[in-house]
Design a binder for this molecule. Structure first.
Ligand code: PEP
Ligand code: MG
Length: 298
């Protein structure tokens, strides 16, 4: 069984009606690249970079970050690698940031909000990403977007970083696709407008479910309210996918729900292009996709 699944993992996932659905891995460190490839990942759909920053007394230096990103990019060859900028806050805290204790950390100064507030650390990460861009097929993605200006500010900051690197004689890839996580209700509601400013969307169903239903993803007492299949959540996912399609940008799902074959089918029928999940789930996801006929009725 395990052998059989692994060999399925090696193949591409093509539906009975001939649609190739790229299946990517979610990773948290360069050490996971080999595992991802052995399970049949066609790229990295989500590299959660905050794990490089945790369990240490100071952030990794620019050079250390370049090495980490380079390992992932080179390990994946010409396959897509989506590197997500820092997503600190809520359940992921570090000691060296000047953050205050918050009453509602999930609603607090986290992820892109924190990065744009304490820019030094963000600039270091963007420089490292710029420097690493020449080693592979890099895409940059920002988490927890809730307003258009976060996208505009981040793109501007990256252009400054690019100019600085150029002045220092350091090569940066010309056009690095830039995308966002759609994981707040605001981003989903505004997805038609946001799609005009980015190259791709990746829907983070873990946080989107939590925020749409006001149900903490970590709190077992509200686990029955925390339901990605709730029509309110599915409706926002459907709108987001439709708005991405209307602007011809790529849309993927990178939350846990992507690894659930029943939900994955629903997402693919909505028009989702790609799925990203824990490596170990890739073979069974590919097997399920190969059994689908997306032209037929559900
Ligand atoms: C998500 O929110 O769905 C997601 C993929 O990101 P994370 O689980 O890291 O918050
Ligand atoms: Mg998230």
């Amino acid at each position: 069984e395990d052998q059989e699944l692994r060999s399925i993992g090696k193949r591409k996932a093509v539906t009975k009606d001939g649609r190739h659905v790229p299946v990517f891995a979610n990773i948290g460190s360069p050490e996971e690249v080999d595992e991802a490839l052995s399970y049949g990942a066609e790229g990295v759909g989500l590299f959660r970079t905050e794990f490089l920053f945790m369990k240490r007394s100071a952030p990794p230096s620019e050079d250390e970050q370049v090495e980490a990103y380079r390992k992932v990019l080179e390990g994946m060859g010409d396959k897509k690698v989506v590197i997500r900028t820092l997503d600190f806050g809520a359940d992921k805290q570090v000691s060296y940031l000047p953050t205050k204790k918050e009453e509602n950390p999930a609603l607090g100064l986290r992820a892109i909000r924190l990065c744009l507030t304490h820019k030094e650390m963000f600039i270091t990460q963007l420089r490292a990403l710029g420097r690493a861009s020449v080693f592979g097929n890099l895409r940059i993605m920002i988490p927890m977007v809730s307003r258009l200006d976060e996208i505009i500010q981040t793109k501007e900051l990256f252009e400054y970083v690019r100019m600085d690197l150029r002045k220092e004689g350091i090569a940066v890839r010309d056009s690095i696709p830039f995308g966002i996580m759609v994981e707040t209700p605001a981003a989903a509601v505004l997805s038609a407008e946001l799609a005009e400013h980015v190259d791709f969307f990746s829907i983070g169903t873990n946080d989107l479910t939590q925020y749409v239903l006001a149900a903490d993803r970590m709190n077992e007492d509200v686990a029955s309210w925390y339901d990605v299949e709730n029509p309110a959540v599915m409706s926002l996912i459907r709108q987001t996918v439709a708005n991405a399609k209307a602007r011809s940008i790529t849309v993927s799902i990178c939350g846990e729900a992507a690894g659930n074959p029943v939900l994955a089918e629903k997402f693919l029928r909505m028009g989702v292009d790609e799925l990203s999940m824990s490596s170990a789930l890739i073979p069974q996801a590919k097997r399920a996709i190969c059994g689908l006929n997306l032209k037929g009725n559900a």
